[in-house]
Design a protein around this ligand. Sequence first.
Ligand SMILES: NC(=O)c1ccc[n+]([C@@H]2O[C@H](COP(=O)([O-])OP(=O)(O)OC[C@H]3O[C@@H](n4cnc5c(N)ncnc54)[C@H](O)[C@@H]3O)[C@@H](O)[C@H]2O)c1
Length: 252
Amino acid sequence: MAGRLTGKRIIITGATGNIGKEAARSFIAEGARIVIGDLAEEAGRAVVDELGDAAHFVQVDVTSEASVANLIARGVQWLGGLDVLAQNAGLQRSGPIASFEQAAWDALFAVNARAHFFGAKHAIPYLRQSGKGSIINMSSLAGKRGGPGLVAYSASKGAVVAFTAALALELAPDNIRVNAICPGWVDTAFNQPAIDFMGGADAQQRKIAALVPLGRQARSDEIAPLFVYLAADESAYVTAQSFSIDGGVYNG
Ligand SMILES: NC(=O)c1ccc[n+]([C@@H]2O[C@H](COP(=O)([O-])OP(=O)(O)OC[C@H]3O[C@@H](n4cnc5c(N)ncnc54)[C@H](O)[C@@H]3O)[C@@H](O)[C@H]2O)c1
């Protein structure tokens, strides 16, 4: 039986991590072939072993344009073209602005924001060749709504929301769609810096109970279906959007 992504050729970054790995698993379950780009080489090869023949790993450091260009070129070579670029790699640092170091600010912007520019720039020629395409950018609820200790993370993720809207308008004539995903709290170790800033796991649980209308964090496998939808042709008329998937926080 054909899947929702049968024939799709996808490059996804940050897919040795929690959310990205679930998205990668779902892409393959729906019939796609995928290339995973990640800094973590050993973990990347282990994920590809687990996912099987439809997955291939290329090491990338998304803070380097040359490295991203290499990922796209080698990915396209393995896939035979490109239909979808999912930019999911991300970094979290948390702390009060008065003691926040420039190095941490720059690291967040390099991974969370600038990398999206590199990926799109190098993928667009191949997406144009396909006659249609989808770029999926990982942002965050923090890109739409701030929180204490999150100035740099929020600013870097807010940049992704604005980048997504601008790029979508530029690429619409090419039938290339650009959308962003904005998860709220997802239960992964990624948030440890923010949890430490809040005062630990109990304080985080109290905050979630007070803030999240659905009363809990998301699981990574609850974000993956949105990746699949945005990669599939069923979202052919959807572009320039930043989708909250946050248990109701943004409009709560
Ligand atoms: N966990 C959450 O609550 C949450 C909420 C909103 C948005 N997000 C976003 O979702 C994405 C995935 O988060 P996660 O929770 O799965 O975290 P994670 O730490 O498990 O995954 C992050 C991935 O990015 C990779 N990465 C980091 N720096 C890189 C670099 N320089 N080059 C290449 N790869 C690099 C890591 O190796 C890892 O595979 C991130 O962009 C994050 O900002 C997470």
